[in-house]
Structures are given as C-alpha cells and as structure tokens.
Design a protein around this ligand. Structure first.
Ligand SMILES: *Cc1c(COP(=O)(O)O)cnc(C)c1O
Length: 370
C-alpha cells in the first residue's frame, strides 16, 4: 500500500476539474481577470466563515502576512514576535516588511508558549504573530491580554487553520488581522497561489484594498505607492468551488485525527500533543512525538507511508537567521529544539480511507514491536 502525503490528484479528479474549468471558461469569456466578480464573492464568504467584518483577497499567504504588517505601519527598526517552529514565510514576511523577527519557544502543543512572550518584548516590539500551527489554535485569550497591556498589534498566521476555532470563535477573528493561504496543500486550496486577510477594522480594510492594488482609488489616481498583490480571479473561481466542500474536508480530517489519537495514544513510544475540547482543530498537519523518530520515519517510508517532519531545524538555527545576523544559538529554545528530533507528521487528508489510516497505525505498531 502506498500512502502519499499529497492528495491533489484525488481532489481534482476528472469530474471536479471539468466543473471548475467550465466556470473558468465563463470568467475568461467575460474577460473578468483583474479583481473580477468572483474575488468579491469569495471575500464576502470568507468574512462570513471567519466571523469578521471584512476580508481581502491577495496573492499568497506570505503576502497576507506582509501586507497586514505593512498596513499596520510596521517596518524598519520594529520587532515582531513569533514562534520558532513555523513555516519560513512567517519570519520572511516580517523581514520583507523591514522589521526584525524575535522568536519565542513553543509548548507541548507545538504552539507559541505564551508564558515566554513578555520576556521577548522590548521598546521596539510592535506586533505578535501567533501561528495556528497544524490547524490548532493558539491561546488567544492570553495573547490578546498581553497585546492589550503592552499596546501591540496581533496578526494571526492562520495559513494552516481555516475554519478552526477556540470557544466557538474562528481563527482570523482574534487579531487586528488574520492571514490565510490557499496554497495547493492547504485545507482550502487553489490551482497555484492565493491568500486572504481578515479584519474587523474598517480603516485597515480600506488600506489593504489600496495596498494590494497600486494604491488605486480610481484608474487615474493613486492614494499611496504600494504593491500588486491581487488575488487572481481564476484562483477565486477555484477557491469558491473548493469552499463549498470545506465543511466536509474539515469533518473528515477531524475524524481521521480522532482515529489516530485513539490508536496511537495506546503506544507508549508515542506522545500525543494535549487536546482541548474548547478548540476545534482542523488538522492541516497531524504531528506526534515519537521515540527513535528517525528509525520510525525510515520504516514508514519503506512501508509506503509518506511521513514527513515539519520541521527538522527550527527557524533560529536556519542559515537565513544567521544571514540576517539574528543573535540566536543552539540551546536558546530548548522545547522546539528537542521536538525537532522527535516530531513526525503522518499523512492525513480528506481523501484518505480508514483502511489507509489503519495501515499507517499498524506500520507504527510493527516498528515498535521489532
Ligand atoms: C503556507 C504557510 C504560509 C505561507 O503561505 P503561502 O500561501 O505559501 O505564501 C505562511 N505561514 C504558514 C504557517 C504556512 O503554513
């Protein structure tokens, strides 16, 4: 049995592809390429899904983070606090905005350890980017309390966490802005790149609309020199089609995660992250900690299971952090560093069958039974 990490050939089968292509054809015949009708429709639906007043379609999740920071006035000389185990784009967006990333360690749930935030705040700190890593939700009550006390902005990196919630409140609705990605491997995905920013601030919304489109207020007038980060209408067509299935995608991912939790929780060599009934996780990734991780990974790959590591090297130890002259060294973030040697991501997606999930669990058991 071969169980790949990617499911795109299953998701976009003949029927689905033909349906989407027919909608794209209509859009092409209307020549509605630039900020076309579907972009606006999709924005309204995302705002409704996230429970925010506004949403702005942009070109990628990275642009969503970058433009949110820029629109909040963050740039040269400013510091932005984020977590040490995230995708490169979180730190990349901070750097491209002209600011400096300041890292904090993670907890047993792989999310930003909120007890470490205060110590990372300096006179230059302007914002916190909590990352809803794996599709789990950060402790937003605590983060909001700190941000309020210290007068900091919050930009949620919700790129992995569309439709996730904490006490019924959706990701993207906690901060000043929320950033989402529609990269092909994200839960809500398109045929290339796409991103979304959610916000409740009318002023920020107005600024973001300008910043993604050359500052244009009309064809001949620019209110502000800015950028081109428009969500393509073509991708909005795809996104609208996939959005209709998002509740099923989320449900299926949660069901598979429950099965994994139940089965893997019985294996003494495996440590599950804590689960909270107050959090609706959407399981973009399914990560556990495993004894003899490297042996297990090789064993699973040998048995057709496309397991991966997200990620083997935390951001503070990346060559990019050294290149930037960040002052970090090994030992600075002990939890993330220890997890980097024990975490493993098992394939989990909406097109996986129970038989495949069972094969993966059996393969893990067989490894430790040797
Ligand atoms: C995917 C991802 C991004 C970047 O999104 P792109 O659309 O690929 O630019 C940022 N942060 C996190 C946590 C991600 O998973």
């Amino acid at each position: 049995m071969k169980i790949p990490f990617s499911y795109l050939s299953k998701q976009f089968d003949d029927r689905t592809t033909d349906r989407i292509l027919a909608q794209i054809k209509q859009m092409v015949r209307r020549a509605d390429f630039t900020l076309g009708k579907e972009v606006g429709v999709f924005e309204k639906k995302i705002a409704r899904l996230c429970g925010t007043r506004y949403a702005v379609g942009v070109m990628s999740g990275t642009d969503a983070l970058f433009l949110s920071l820029k629109a909040l006035g963050i740039g040269l000389g400013d510091e932005v606090i984020t977590t040490v185990n995230t995708f490169f784009a979180t730190a990349g967006a901070i750097v491209i905005a002209g600011a400096t990333p300041v890292f904090v360690d993670v907890g047993t749930d792989y999310l930003m350890d909120v007890s470490k935030i205060e110590r990372a705040i300096t006179k230059r700190t302007k914002a916190i980017i909590p990352v809803h890593w794996t599709g789990n939700v950060c402790d937003m009550d605590a983060i909001r309390r700190i941000a309020k006390q210290r007068n900091l902005f919050i930009v949620e990196d919700a790129c992995q966490a569309i439709d996730a919630s904490y006490r019924g409140k959706k990701t993207g609705s906690f901060g000043d802005a929320g950033a989402f990605s529609m990269h092909p491997l994200k839960n809500l995905n398109v045929w290339g790149d796409g991103g979304m920013i959610t916000t409740n601030s009318r002023a920020l919304y107005a600024k973001l609309l300008l910043m993604r489109n050359h500052g244009l207020v009309d064809r001949n007038t620019s209110a502000l020199y800015a950028y081109n980060a428009r969500l393509s209408t073509l991708q909005a067509v795809v996104a609208l089609d996939v959005l209709r299935t998002l509740p099923d995608i989320t449900k299926r991912r949660i069901a598979l995660a429950r099965f994994y939790d139940k089965e893997l929780g019985r294996i003494p060599h495996i440590t599950l992250p804590p689960r909270s009934p107050e959090k609706k996780q959407v399981f973009h990734l399914y990560i556990v900690q495993a004894k003899k991780r490297d042996g297990l990974l090789a064993w699973l790959v040998k048995h057709g299971v496309d397991a991966k590591i997200h990620y083997p090297l935390p951001l503070h130890l990346q060559p990019a952090s050294r290149q930037l002259g960040l002052p970090y060294k090994r030992g600075d973030f002990r939890v993330a560093e220890a997890q980097a040697t024990s975490i493993i991501s098992l394939p989990l997606h909406q097109h996986m069958t129970m038989r495949e999930a069972k094969h993966i669990v059996d393969s893990v058991k067989a490894f430790y039974a040797q």
